[in-house]
Design a binder for this molecule. Structure first.
Ligand code: HEC
Length: 96
């Protein structure tokens, strides 16, 4: 797996690395699983499949963590705590 970028890098770049390494294989532009694009930060913003998965600046309104996380019921959606923290930091920073 690709190394997680240094903390000094912008949250959006660190999030992009995680999505590319952990999500893009199933959620890319071509036939994304579940009809949801999750291969880049930009792809995750906005309403997809009737749900707003990521709302920049609003962790509580970002339903992404109902699907992915360290204790996700679906093994393919299980991330490490460090990866989850990076995605949370990206959303908290209003997507920057
Ligand atoms: C091995 C393939 C695979 C990987 C890797 C994967 N997913 Fe999924 N994902 C699926 C499938 C298949 C579905 C369809 C619903 C289900 O069976 O869980 C899905 C569904 C979803 C959904 C919609 C759930 C719903 O209730 O509609 C989201 C959001 C999602 N994935 C995000 C992600 C993110 C973010 C990552 C990376 C951390 C990721 N997925 C990694 C296969 C994958």
């Amino acid at each position: 797996m690709a190394a997680i970028p240094e903390a000094a890098e912008p949250p959006v770049d660190r999030a992009a690395a995680i999505l590319a390494a952990r999500c893009a294989s199933c959620h890319g532009a071509q036939a994304p699983a579940g009809g949801v694009r999750a291969d880049t930060p930009a792809a995750l913003l906005g309403v997809q499949h009737g749900v707003r998965w990521v709302t920049p600046g609003h962790l509580d309104e970002s339903r992404l963590f109902e699907v992915v996380g360290s204790t996700s019921p679906t093994p393919r959606h299980r991330l490490t705590e460090a990866e989850v923290e990076i995605l949370r930091a990206w959303i908290s920073s209003a997507g920057r």
